[in-house]
Design a protein around this ligand. Sequence first.
Ligand code: PXL
Length: 290
Amino acid sequence: MKKPIQRVAAIHDLSGFGRVSLAVVIPILSTLGIQVCSLPTAVLSTHTGGFKNFKFIDLTEHMREYIAHWKEIGIDFDCIYSGFLGSAKQIEIISDFIDDFAKEDTLVVVDPVMGDGGKLYPSMNQNMVSEMRKYIKKADLITPNYTEVLFLLDEPINQEVNDDLIKSYIKHLVDMGPKTVIITSVPTKDTKSITSVIAYNRDDGRFWKVKCDYIPVYFPGTGDVFTSVIVGSLLQGDSLPIALDRAVQFITAAIRASYGHKYPQRNGIMLERVLGNLTLPVMISSYELL
Ligand code: PXL
């Protein structure tokens, strides 16, 4: 019999202020009817983008014992979903966790959170980038943004983009292990007003593209929001392009709902104002085959 509730192990930090990571992963997946079991990688007073002197409590040394307890009580997961990591050393711990807990049909999602806008986040470094290159082998699905793709593939930051180049990047990433790759925030040549999300699944060999209106703002945590909607949507049984549509529509609504209010962007999107949209059916679909 189909399980009434799907269960996700969510491996992210808990940032007290700023609407990133577990602070958005939990409400989004819960609203989509998915149970979230948090495996926190670090506890921070705020996220690291735009705040000085944030308190950062690295949980690396506690994770193995935490996982051992989960093993002892015998819980299992339909999905393992990791995001922001507190140290490069955590990659070894999480890889062992995946080896131990992932079954044949467990969806392993890695959001290789490392940077955005052409730069690494302050707590990241080159060692994290090299470990992340190895770690993505474990994933069924990865969701890097365009900046993270360039770091993963060691490509120069400022280069001209076109669909063929993005397709070659995706093929390269798929060769590194994951079956499905979704790249977010792909810039469009010659226009700043549109970005896109481009995805590929090795099983059917099709590329998908969903265009997004570019709104000139930067709210931290939008990648976490995006991937959480993708995870929930796929676990609900949606196809890859419908999951892309749902995530793009949700993030666009969230940014639009937030942008009209005047407040510091580092506070994150006003998730609370749009969370209910997740329970609406997909009304319009705009994905294209690439
Ligand atoms: O996903 C973004 C993110 C998550 N967690 C922390 C961050 C950021 C981005 O700045 O600093 C702690």
